[in-house]
Design a protein around this ligand. Sequence first.
Ligand SMILES: [Zn+2]
Length: 500
Amino acid sequence: MTPRIALLGFSIECNRFAPPATRADFDRRCWLEGEAILSDARAPVPRALAEMPGFVADMDAAGPWEPVPILLAMAEPNGPVEAGLFAAMMAIWRRGLEAAKGRVDGVYCVMHGAGLTTADHDPEGTLQALVREVLGDVPFVCSYDLHANVSDRMVETVDAFVGYRTNPHLDLRERGAESAQLLRRLIAGERFHRAFRRLPMVAPTVSQLTAQGPYAEVIGLGQDLAAQDARIANVSVMGGFAYGDTPFNGMAVIVTATDAAAAEALADRLARAAWERRHRFVAHLTPLEEAVRRVLESPVPLALADVADNPGGGAAGTTVWILEALHAAGARDVLVGMLLDAPLAIEAHGLGPGARFTARFNRDAAPDAPFSRPFAAEAVVRAVSDGRVTGRRGIYAGMAMTLGRTACLQIGGLSVVVTEGRAQCADPVFFEHLGLDIGAARAVVVKSRGHFRGGFDEFFSHDRIIEVDCPGLTSPILSRFDWRHMPRPVLPLDPEARWP
Ligand SMILES: [Zn+2]
């Protein structure tokens, strides 16, 4: 039998406090319909994140199959998706699924899991329910980002739940391939049970690393125990994304297994392991003044992470607190990236290398914009680019990226990368393509919460990274937000939270 597999995807991480995401945001990253999904997945430099390429490669290697590609829509993290846009996506998925009905043997869907729309807390659950509504009991596998906020509906409507295991995320391709393998087992007739536990614990983003720390321990325990038990098909421990602010926020354990009792027992054990470590899921940030002092005094190069203004978590990438403080302190040989500022990037790009001018950051920001305050300084344009780069290392490795018009501005002792489009500074190529030498810098400032660790690890070991405490839409200090939907009590906001 040549299996026919429907392919679809919806991937965006939505920050409840950021402005809505539009069609342009998806077009900029990845909007692929029909055969375009396959040609992208098989391209040397795909636009899509690596799950679909990994899935397609694994299916191709396993023998003949017939893809039924529908729509794969991905955008950089942002605010909630405009409800009308999501309805248009749903219409495309519905049309494609209805056309395939009765002639499809399985479905793979690339999800993020922390999506929102302006009218729906759970668009992934809505899409998964659509698959069931149209196709009924067809084998159905979804893969998710480790920051998924997992709803009951997401677990109920899928046969196998496959979450990333690495943060920074480096196993997307492997999880796509694993999804293909589980889907083939389902098509061959196996049936899976899913066990699901959600904890009243919203771990700050900076405490969800998988190289070390409490989260790494729980994920490692899950993989160790799964390796000893052939009944366990997948173990996913999802850290969640606080800023989604949904009624189902909370660290989640999902075990997919051929045996219900084995799945439930392992889910309980891992949930207990996470809960026992609950007091270690905290943010330890460095005040800005201390971070600046360390840059000036450190005998070794340092990386400063502006974790509160992370475009990878839906923030704009426009705040200037660190830039301003380092400039005022007279810091030298510091790289700063990347500030989203379209008017400034276009102006500098037009002036060209060597031009001197007054760089006015956030010139068009509304006076009441909480985080985008203006800053002006004398600058020299050091380099410009059209912003088309191929990711070199980390989450964007091998991917085609578009930053729009981009410039490097020399401002005192700082080399500041300014872009027309928004992207998380997670890959050294964003500096390197402008001729900047990361290895020669005294310090590098990145607007990134954690993905820079996967890209800049060859320059900065864990002990040379400083997570700076500044204001912003992705601050790990959760008490600074006005939560509306999160279930309470929850750690770390409410010390009285209890489980089970
Ligand atoms: Zn993530």
